[in-house]
Design a protein around this ligand. Structure first.
Ligand SMILES: [Zn+2]
Length: 302
C-alpha cells in the first residue's frame, strides 16, 4: 500500500495525498498516531481507515501537534472506533474541547451560521500534556515534546523513539509553502524562533507540513526557505499598505490584490485572522507604524 510507508525504524506515516500523519508502531498491530488530518468531505478519513483496516492496526493513542482542524479532524472518529486516548497540550487542548469554547473564539460570525463547522473543529482530550513534561510515555515508548509555538499558540513537535520529529505545521516543505498566498502563523517572530529551534534539534528525520520528509542535512535549508518565503509575503503585503489605511483596508487590499476568493463570511474572518499577524510583524520590523485617529487605528508606512 503506497500510502503507508516507513520513515525510520518503527516510525511510519500515512500519506493521504494531502497530508502526512506520523504513526509509531508499538508492535505489529498497536500504534500511536501523531495528528489525524482533516475530516471535512471525508477523503482523508477514508484513506486513514483504509490503511488502518488494511494493516490491521489498532490505534492506542493519538498525540496532536496543535488544535487546527486539519490536524485533529479525525480524533473523535478514531477515539470512537478504537477507544484510544488523545493527548494534547496547552491552550489548544482546552480551546478545541467543546463547541462552547470554539464559539467563544469565533466571534466574527453568528453561532447559527457556523455551529456545524465548529462541531467538526472539536476534539475529545483525555490527557493534558503539562508544560514541564519533556517526555510522555505511552505503553513503554517515550515521545519527546518540543515546544514550537508560533504557527499556533501551543504548537508542539513530537520526537518518536526513532529520533524522527513530527513537526506538524511548525514547518512547511519548500514545495508546499510556495503554494500558499498567505501562509499562516499566529506570530511570525515566535514562529521563526521555533523553526530555528527545530533546525538545531539534529533529528534523523523530520516529517513536515503537509507532505514533506527531510533529514538533518536538509533541515536548515527548509527552515531558512520557510522564513524567507514568509518574509517575502510580508513584503508583498507591505507594498499594498498606503498611509492612513486601517486594518480592514489592508485586509481588503490583500484579498482583492491577491485575488483570494471569499466563499462565505466565516472564511472572510478566517482570512482576516491570517492577515493580522503580517501587519503585526511589519510593525515589529519598523516598516509601518500604528496610530489612533477618530475611533480607528490607522497605519503609516515608514
Ligand atoms: Zn495548523
Amino acid at each position: 500500500m503506497d500510502n503507508f510507508y516507513c520513515v525510520k525504524g518503527n516510525t511510519w506515516c500515512i500519506d493521504t495525498g494531502a497530508t502526512l500523519m506520523a504513526v509509531y508502531r508499538l508492535n505489529e498491530h498497536d500504534i500511536v498516531m501523531i495528528d489525524t488530518g482533516l475530516a471535512y468531505g471525508r477523503p482523508e478519513t477514508k484513506c486513514i481507515m483504509h490503511v488502518l483496516d488494511g494493516f490491521q492496526l489498532n490505534v492506542k493513542a493519538i498525540i496532536a501537534t496543535h488544535g487546527h482542524l486539519d490536524h485533529i479532524g479525525n480524533n473523535n472518529i478514531l477515539a470512537g472506533k478504537y477507544d484510544c486516548k488523545i493527548y494534547m497540550y496547552g491552550s489548544e487542548a482546552y480551546d478545541c474541547m467543546s463547541v462552547e469554547s470554539m464559539r467563544i473564539q469565533h466571534t466574527g460570525v453568528a453561532y447559527e451560521e457556523v455551529k456545524d463547522a465548529l462541531v467538526k473543529m472539536t476534539s475529545r482530550v483525555d490527557v493534558f500534556i503539562t508544560p514541564w513534561e519533556k517526555k510522555i510515555n505511552i505503553l513503554g515508548a517515550d515521545f519527546e515534546i518540543v515546544h514550537t509555538p508560533g504557527h499556533s499558540p501551543s504548537h508542539i513537535s513530537i520526537i518518536t523513539p526513532d529520533n524522527v520529529m513530527m513537526a506538524g505545521d511548525a514547518l512547511m516543505s519548500k514545495d508546499e509553502i510556495v503554494k500558499a498566498k498567505i501562509p499562516y502563523a499566529c506570530n511570525f517572530a515566535v514562529d521563526f524562533e521555533s523553526k530555528r529551534k527545530i533546525a538545531a534539534m539534529k533529528c534523523d528525520k523530520y516529517i513536515i507540513s503537509h507532505r514533506g520528509i527531510c533529514d538533518s542535512e536538509s533541515i536548515a535549508d527548509e527552515v531558512e526557505a520557510n522564513i524567507e518565503y514568509l518574509k517575502s509575503r510580508a513584503e508583498i503585503i507591505h507594498g499594498y499598505i498606503e498611509d492612513g489605511m486601517c486594518f480592514d483596508d489592508i485586509a481588503a487590499a490583500v484579498l482583492t490584490l491577491m485575488n483570494i476568493k471569499v466563499a462565505n463570511r466565516y472564511y472572510f474572518f478566517d482570512l482576516h485572522g491570517m492577515v493580522k499577524p503580517y501587519v503585526q510583524y511589519l510593525e515589529e520590523c519598523g516598516e509601518i507604524q500604528a496610530y489612533y485617529e477618530k475611533g480607528y487605528i490607522r497605519y503609516k508606512v515608514l
